[in-house]
Each structure stands twice: as C-alpha cells, then as structure tokens.
Design a binder for this molecule. Sequence first.
Ligand code: ADP
Ligand code: MG
Length: 228
Amino acid sequence: LQEKLRKSDTLNIVGELAAGIAHEIRNPMTALKGFIQLLQSSIEEDHTLYFNIITSELARIESIITEFLVLAKPQAIQFQHQDIRKIMSDTIDLLNAQALMHNIEIDCHYPYQLPNAFCEGNQMKQVFINMIKNAIEVMPNGGKIEITIRYDEREQMIHTMIRDEGDGIPPDKIAKLGEPFYTTKERGTGLGLMISYKIIKEHRGRINVESEVGVGTTFHIYLPIQNG
Ligand code: ADP
Ligand code: MG
C-alpha cells in the first residue's frame, strides 16, 4: 500500500509539473509558428522539406500540450452543477475541423431533459478532447464517432458514451489503459487517458471500456449528479 501511495504522489507531482511546463511552452510556440510562416514566404530557395519537418514537429509539440491544456491553465478549479450536453458540444466544435479533415463524422445524441452533472467544466472538456482525439486517430480512413449522453436513473449518474469504428483494443490490453506512457502509437504520448482517468476518478465517477477487435471501441464515462 505504501508503495502504491508513493507512486500516486509521484504521479501527481509529475502531472502538475508537466502541466506547468505545458503552459509555459504555449506562448513561445505561437511566436515560433508565426515567424516560421513569415520566413517561408520571404526566402526564395526551396526548402520545402525542412519546412515540412519543422511544421510537423511543431504540430507534435502542440498535440502534447493540448492533452495538458486544461490542467495547465492556472485557473481556479470550480466544481459546479453543469450541463454535460453543453460541455460536449463545445468540445465537438473544437475538434470538428480536425475530424472532417480525416473524413470523420461526429454524431451526438442526448435527451431533451437531462440532469446536470456535478463537475469541473474545463477538466471534463479535457477528458472529452482526449477521448475524441483518440477516436479520430484510430480511424485513419474515416468513419463515424457516435456520442450518446443519457441519464442513468438507477445509478443517478450522467452516462456518456463515445464510440468509434476503429481497430478496437485486444482484451489483454484493456487493463493497461490509463497507465502513464502506455501507447501503441509510433508517436503517441500515453498521457491522454492517464489524465482522463485521473480526472474522472477525482469526480468520483468511473470509466468502462467496451471493445471488439476489428469493430470498434466504446468508452463509457459515468459522472455523479450530486456533490459527494
Ligand atoms: P496516445 O493517444 O498518445 O497513445 P492515450 O493515453 O490517449 O495515449 O491512449 C493510450 C493507448 O490506448 C493508445 O495508444 C491506444 O493503444 C489505446 N486507445 C485509446 N483509445 C483508443 C480507441 N478509441 N481505440 C483503440 N485504442 C485506443
Ligand atoms: Mg491520445
């Protein structure tokens, strides 16, 4: 138990440190991107290859930061009763362009009436961003992401499902999800789910994964409607 505790303490410190760094990297990144574009349009020699590498490396840094975006903002953490439908539709607005670029359609269903969830809005947005990003990345040839939000009366929880048509996850790998640095992607970070699991745990909610290899994956996120 001691060992376990120590491990999770370390994880918190690492998380906070990484979040702080991510925040600090943002501004210089924006400047870099701007000046590289200026440079590209002002020199005559063809350095397309170099510029492509620079641009793709910058995009990589940016995607790593995006996974920390919310935790990185030094803003007050505010737990409130909030409409998950609104948080989800804001998230979809944010990612829709990226999805369309990959030929992916995001559908979202929810009932007309839905209790509010007790949650931290920015953190929930972070969870949704990380999961929808994963869904996009797992369908390189396009497909559909189906999101359903419902109220589970028996559990008194808001139940959000995010389903993709990707390759699925082998049963023996499911337990690895949420482990820091677990990734099967050539250029993955293995941090997105770790952060998401941590956020949901802190909300006293839970995440279940249902997956079939070759068919797709559904992430189920349960969030309490009550405080405590
Ligand atoms: P990353 O996306 O950087 O790899 P994540 O923590 O977001 O890190 O995800 C960890 C791993 O979990 C992924 O590399 C992938 O193997 C698996 N995974 C997550 N979401 C999905 C999904 N929707 N379908 C299939 N595998 C997934
Ligand atoms: Mg990811």
